[in-house]
Write a protein that binds this ligand. Structure first.
Ligand SMILES: Cc1cc2nc3c(=O)[nH]c(=O)nc-3n(C[C@H](O)[C@H](O)[C@H](O)COP(=O)(O)O)c2cc1C
Length: 418
């Protein structure tokens, strides 16, 4: 019977474990998680979402405070068009973070950066270019372009000295989106090095509408594999979204994939950046708790636990400090939703339509999760005090590699565990 460890993912003739740990912002796929994947010979992701605040917390820098200080006068205004990111500060924050991750990296694997196009930051092209080029300056092994079509992204960074050496991948949810990207990428004499095909059961934002349940990852993967064969293109395909067991992974390898990208099973590991009590919420969740809604101001559906504290909260837009979702005109849908509620009833501000995603993600108040989060309780030991033990990332990764028959294994039971 085949297991995932029977396969290898190849880049430039080198073998890697055929498993990537997916990028999870903001700092959910934390440094330790990415480094664990690389140490074991696989591929881990850090996320570049809101790096200035992540770096502030790690290193006591003051990127967020400085930005807020500069634009404090504007806090009560609905017009956020002048609230801009200082590109030098953004570059410094990115370099500080990526430098420290790459310096700490050990083992034969790689660390990639997950970079979301929909973080438009009131200057979509300038901030995206800065984020990508600073990460390349700091020696990131690869970049996964996500949350958007990224039709202009290859051109944006084509003059960077590492453009042809950094691994560049894209997350798509259809062969059609891939076709568009490939046409644009061809103009830069460079194709992606890998393609992550993400289906509707993933965590975070979905590349589908609210009809997501009508789609199925296996069908999309088969489409993408056939499309690449037809074009005579040999680019590794990685399947993502709902790959919960090693056997699920093997099924995708048999369909022609070169690897899988997994996230949900790693959300409750010791190395994951979620706070401990939030990990307990994930592991305790039942199927009915997992919902897909439209409260993200990005306009994309997002999957989350319905207990997420941010749902219905009415905090004032925090764009002067954050502002990662401001479009190129300085607009974010949460600002409209908030102002409409305040105009109706300023005493009790409860915004149901949208959420202030920057603040909510930074404070771990939107509990975004994959569809199979309700199965996490099968993967962790229940302790005598009624909480679940956080499995080490290494255990989860090895379980993917060696398990068969759709089994999942908890870490070895210790004496104090019921
Ligand atoms: C908590 C969480 C946060 C996520 N955040 C992001 C993100 O910031 N950017 C992104 O491209 N994908 C994000 N994802 C998607 C994952 O990277 C991954 O592709 C997908 O969830 C894999 O499916 P699985 O969770 O069923 O294993 C997130 C997933 C989870 C579970």
């Amino acid at each position: 019977m085949k297991k995932l460890d029977d396969y290898r993912l190849q880049f430039d003739g080198r073998d890697y474990l055929p498993i990537m740990i997916g990028g999870m912002g903001v700092d959910i796929s934390a440094t330790g998680l990415a480094l664990a994947a690389a140490r074991l010979g696989g591929i881990g992701h850090i996320s570049d979402a809101m790096l200035p605040t992540v770096v502030d917390q790690e290193r006591r820098t003051s990127f967020v405070r400085d930005k807020l200080q500069k634009y404090k006068f504007n806090v009560a205004s609905a017009d956020k068009s002048m609230v801009k990111f200082d590109l030098d500060a953004l570059a410094s924050a990115t370099r500080l973070h990526v430098d420290s991750v790459m310096e700490a990296k050990k083992g034969d694997g790689m660390v990639f950066l997950n970079c979301m196009e929909k973080l438009t930051m009131n200057n979509p092209l300038g901030t995206l270019k800065t984020r990508l080029e600073s990460a390349m300056d700091s020696g990131i092994d690869g970049i996964t372009l996500s949350a958007g079509l990224h039709l202009g992204t290859f051109s944006l960074i084509k003059d960077h000295p590492r453009f042809h050496d950094v691994k560049l991948g894209i997350i798509v949810s259809s062969a059609r989106a891939l076709n568009l990207l490939l046409k644009k990428a061809a103009r830069t004499q460079r194709l992606p090095d890998y393609i992550i095909v993400e289906g509707p059961l993933a965590g975070g934002h979905l590349g589908f509408g609210m009809d997501w349940a009508d789609y199925d990852l296996k069908t999309i993967v088969a489409d993408v594999v056939a499309f690449l064969a037809e074009k005579d293109l040999d680019i590794p395909v990685i399947a993502a979204g709902g790959v919960f067991t090693g056997t699920d992974a093997v099924e995708y390898m048999e369909l022609g994939c070169s690897g899988v990208q997994c996230a949900t099973r790693f959300t409750i590991t010791r190395e994951c950046g979620l706070p401990g009590p939030v990990k307990q919420e994930y592991v305790k969740a039942v199927e009915e708790d997992i919902v897909v809604n439209m409260i993200s101001p990005t306009g994309y559906p997002m999957r989350m636990l319905q207990q997420s504290p941010a749902i219905g909260s009415g905090i004032r837009p925090n764009c002067e400090a954050y502002g990662y979702l401001l479009d190129k005109n300085g607009h974010c849908d949460y600002i409209d939703a908030y102002n409409a509620v305040v105009a109706q009833n300023p005493k009790e501000v409860k915004v149901l339509d949208k959420t202030c995603l920057c603040t909510a993600m930074r404070r771990f108040k939107v509990w975004t999760c994959g569809h199979y989060t309700y199965r996490l309780k099968d993967t962790a030991n229940l302790l005598a005090d009624g909480t679940y033990e956080q499995p080490p990332a290494e255990h989860v990764l090895r379980d993917y590699l060696y398990s068969t028959d759709h089994q999942v294994h908890r870490p070895p039971l210790k004496a104090h565990i019921v």
